[in-house]
Design a protein around this ligand. Structure first.
Ligand code: NAP
Length: 383
C-alpha cells in the first residue's frame, strides 16, 4: 500500500492518475492532492477519496472560501502550500503532475524527504536536473518518470545490455502544425495550435509540442534520467504516436515500445514502480515495426529544439531562463498577445539578456525564474 500525494490533480495527467488510484484501493491510498485554479474539481475528488485530509489550492481567496465548506480538512495555499502539503500529508509517494516551474521545488523537496517521486513535470528535470540527480546520487528519494517517451526508454534499457545500444531515438508527432511549413505559421491561432493530432493534453504542453520545445525538453530529460550520450540521442518524426521511443542496437536492429497513445500506461508504469508486465517489439528495420509513418527531424523547421539544447549545453541557470521565457511566451501566445512564431524569439531574447550564473541552487533557480518572467513579460508588453 502506497500513500499518495497527487500534485496537479485537476489536470490531464492528474485526472488520469486519479483513474488509476481509484481502481486499485489495495495498492494506493490518496492522502493529499492539489489543484490550481479549477477548485470545482475538489468536491469530485473528495467524493471519490473521502479519507483525504489535506489539499492545496493556488489562491488564498479560494482557500478561505473552501475552509468554510471543509472545516475539518487541512487546506494549503500557493507554492509554499504545495511544500507544506508534501510535508504534512504523510505520503510515501508524490505524483507530480503540475505544469511548469511550479513543479520544481515540490520535486526537489520530495526527493530530499526520501519519497518515491512519480514525475510528469518535465520542467523540473529541464531546470533542476543537476539538483535532482545530486539527490539521486546521495540515495535520497526514488524517481520514476511518467513521460511516455521516458517510460519507453526505461523499459527498453531494462531489457538490453547498454553497451549494445548504438542510438536512442525519441519519437515526435510534430504537433498541430506538422503539415505546414514555417512560412505558414505567422497567423496561426491558439485554437489551431491546441488541436494536437494524436494526444489530448494540457494547453502548455500542447503548444510546446507545436513548437517542438517539448521535444527539446524531452531530449534533456532523457540525458538527465539515463545519462546516455547526447550525440547518440536523436529525434525521429512519427505520425501515429504509437512507437513511444526506440533503441537502435549496434547490430542494426531496433527495439521499440509500441502501444496506442494513452497516458494511463506510462502513469501506471511509474505508480506501480515499474512492476508492470510489458512486451517490446524487435525488428530489423523501421518498416518491420508495423504500418507506421516515420520521417527525418528537420532542425530548421523546429528551431526551438536547437535553442533548448544550446541552453542545456551552456548549463548553469540557462535552462531556467529557457523554461521561464518559454512559459511566459506560450501563455502570451494563448492570450493573443504575440504570434506563434514569436515564442522562439522571446526565448532567444531571454537567453541573450538574462545574466548567466554558473552555480545552480534551488534559490538561485527561483531568482532566475522570477527575473526572466519579469524581463520577458516587459519585453512582450513593449512590443
Ligand atoms: N498531458 C500529457 O499527456 C502529458 C504527457 C507527458 C508529460 N506531461 C507533463 O505533465 C505535466 C502536466 O501536464 P498536463 O498536460 O497534465 O497539464 P494540465 O492539464 O495543464 O494540468 C496542470 C496541473 O497543474 C496545476 N497548476 C498549474 N499551474 C499551477 C500553479 N502555479 N500552482 C499550482 N498548481 C498549478 C493545474 O491546476 P488547475 O488546472 O486547477 O489550475 C493542473 O492541475 C507537464 O509538465 C507536462 O509537460 C503531460
Amino acid at each position: 500500500m502506497r500513500r499518495v500525494c497527487l500534485l496537479g490533480a485537476s489536470g490531464s495527467i492528474g485526472s488520469q492518475s486519479l483513474d488509476i488510484l481509484s481502481k486499485d484501493r489495495e495498492a494506493f491510498e490518496l492522502v493529499g492532492f492539489s489543484v490550481g485554479k479549477r477548485i470545482e474539481k475538489i468536491s469530485q475528488i473528495l467524493s471519490l477519496f473521502p479519507n483525504v485530509r489535506h489539499f492545496c489550492v493556488q489562491e488564498g481567496k479560494a482557500a478561505s472560501m473552501l475552509s468554510l465548506i471543509y472545516p475539518d480538512l487541512h487546506i494549503y495555499v500557493g507554492d509554499r502550500g504545495l511544500l507544506q502539503l508534501i510535508k504534512n500529508c504523510e505520503c510515501d509517494m508524490v505524483v507530480n503532475a503540475l505544469v511548469g516551474f511550479s513543479g520544481m521545488a515540490p520535486s526537489v523537496l520530495s526527493m530530499e524527504l526520501g519519497k518515491i517521486l512519480c514525475l510528469a513535470n518535465k520542467e523540473s528535470l529541464v531546470v533542476g536536473g543537476k539538483l535532482i540527480n545530486d539527490l539521486r546520487k546521495q540515495g535520497r528519494g526514488t524517481l520514476y518518470p511518467i513521460d511516455s517517451e521516458h517510460v519507453a526508454i526505461a523499459k527498453l534499457l531494462s531489457r538490453v545490455n547498454r553497451e549494445d545500444v548504438d542510438k536512442i531515438w525519441i519519437t515526435a508527432s510534430g504537433g498541430s502544425f506538422r503539415d505546414r511549413n514555417r512560412d505558414e505559421l505567422g497567423s496561426v491561432t491558439p485554437a489551431e495550435a491546441l488541436a494536437h493530432p494524436t494526444w489530448s493534453m494540457g494547453a502548455k504542453i500542447t503548444i510546446d509540442s507545436a513548437t517542438m520545445m517539448n521535444k527539446g525538453f524531452e531530449v534533456i530529460e532523457a540525458k538527465v534520467l539515463f545519462d546516455f550520450p547526447l550525440e547518440r540521442t536523436h529525434i525521429l518524426m512519427h505520425k501515429e504516436s504509437h512507437v513511444h521511443s526506440l533503441l537502435q542496437m549496434k547490430d542494426g536492429s531496433y527495439l521499440a515500445d509500441v502501444s496506442a497513445p494513452d497516458m494511463h500506461g506510462p502513469i501506471a508504469y511509474a505508480l506501480y514502480e515499474t512492476k508492470v508486465p510489458f512486451e517490446l517489439v524487435k525488428a530489423d528495420s523501421l518498416q518491420e515495426l508495423g504500418d507506421f509513418t516515420f520521417w527525418d527531424f528537420d532542425p530548421n523547421r523546429y528551431p526551438a529544439v536547437g535553442i533548448a539544447l544550446s541552453a542545456f549545453a551552456k548549463g548553469g541557470n540557462a535552462p531556467a531562463v529557457l523554461n521561464a521565457a518559454n512559459e511566459i511566451a506560450v501563455y502570451a501566445f494563448l492570450e493573443g498577445k504575440i504570434p506563434f512564431t514569436s515564442i522562439e524569439d522571446e526565448v532567444s531574447y531571454a537567453l541573450d539578456h538574462v545574466p548567466y550564473e554558473e552555480e545552480v541552487s534551488l534559490d538561485g533557480l527561483i531568482k532566475t525564474d522570477a527575473y526572466t518572467r519579469d524581463l520577458v513579460g516587459k519585453h512582450i508588453a513593449g512590443r
